[in-house]
Design a protein around this ligand. Sequence first.
Ligand code: NAD
Length: 498
Amino acid sequence: MRQIANFVNGQASESTSGRFGDVYNPNTGEVQARVGLSSEADMDRAVKSALTAQPIWAAMNPQRRARVMFEFKRLVEARMDELAELLSSEHGKVIADSKGDIQRGLEVIEFACGIPHALKGEYTEGAGPGIDVYSVRQPLGVVAGITPFNFPAMIPMWMFGVAIAVGNTFILKPSERDPSVPVRLGELMMEAGAPAGVLNVVHGDKVAVDAILHHPAIKAVSFVGSSDIAQYVYATGAANGKRVQAMGGAKNHGIILPDADLDQAVKDIIGAAYGSAGERCMALPVVTPVGTKTAEAVRERLLGEIDKLKVGISTDASAQYGPVVSAAHKQRIKDYIQMGVDEGAELVVDGREFALQGYENGYFLAPTLFDHVKPEMKSYQDEIFGPVLQIVRADSFEEALSLPSKHQYGNGVAIFTRNGRAAREFASRVDVGMVGINVPIPVPVAYHTFGGWKRSAFGDTNQHGMEGVKFYTKVKTITARWPEGMTEDSAFVIPTMK
Ligand code: NAD
């Protein structure tokens, strides 16, 4: 059995806890490897390595750190096929989608290649007589990232790309369900020229997460995962004096106004609802057509598109999506479908009984479609995170606007319309962090920032872009004068610019 070890101080390092997690191939349901679940002592070893490396790395000038990022990008691009295959074999998403996962992470690395510009700071000459004021951004030291299973390449790169480029050293605690690609990223970062200890990968579960949250040398923690755990990480990290940003779950709505290009909107929604088996925090699992006529037309088109979808193993290039990540997750999704039925929603298409010939033990689910889902239903209020699309009909623009606005999650939302004024008003008033206008998955580009509102994010800074630079650095402001030799009297009143 293949064993997946930690990557600490530039080399493989077995965890010492004696505890292991199984890593499945979701296509077959077979265990393909096991991963060591780290103890507090394992985490401490990684932190010590990161602590030793940090001053050396931070002392390297920003252009040189950027060159490591350039080389890392080149190495990851050169190994794209190998990495995508590894990612798909543990996650289950189709290869083309795994390449998208890696590419979206690389785009943050591209942003990090420009870090010298982002770190330039501010300067005021002559803020007072002979006084200059300037501010610089300095790294925090050792920082950590805790990531979910659904983007095992992109989300680690969101975090360590920026954190390392600004001069920190990093502990990555990836999901224990698909841990191999994060290790490869750590190895490639060393190959790119980062000193040992700059990027360490420590596997594990709650024990490893708690070790991060309680370790005095870790100054900041970035988390992405489900909301209850995000809130726990946020509260515990903050109670221990750390900077924390913690992104949580989502339930994103696609609003379709009557004047939208319905053919295009439905094609967009189908991809966003079922792509990656719905296991995306920016998926669109709710569609809200406005008015009965729109709803009927959308429903008819959705049925036509669902009919054409092909579910297959992750290496099947003709499949639109593959299995979900685990047997437990498959069961959870099936339970939510049953809950929808029990709550009185209309189950229009039921994907529960699907089995892929030759892969009967894989975690496959065919597309499921519900209509007449109501806001008071728990199956609407909760995140299902599977290939399940719910139609929640609205009678008016105001009602459609209120649904995502009142929902506990506020990650993303999309509106489909040809009316610029309506789209503008929607974008301005909706209580959600990321808005798409005729764009189904509005994940911002790397030099903007990613983050939801309400229970989709705890903390006050987004991922990547300048928000990432802000999160991973502290500002130092220097007020300087060079007196000319005349001794001035002591000042007992606070100096002002009056
Ligand atoms: P998860 O919350 O189960 O796991 C996330 C991380 O937390 C993993 O590293 C895991 O090992 C760790 N963890 C699990 N249980 C823990 C516990 N009890 N205490 C401490 N740590 C624990 O999430 P997941 O199933 O891996 O990922 C799916 C979730 O992530 C969905 O809710 C999805 O919406 C969310 N997500 C959010 C974003 C975003 O940016 N908002 C992006 C991607 C995924």
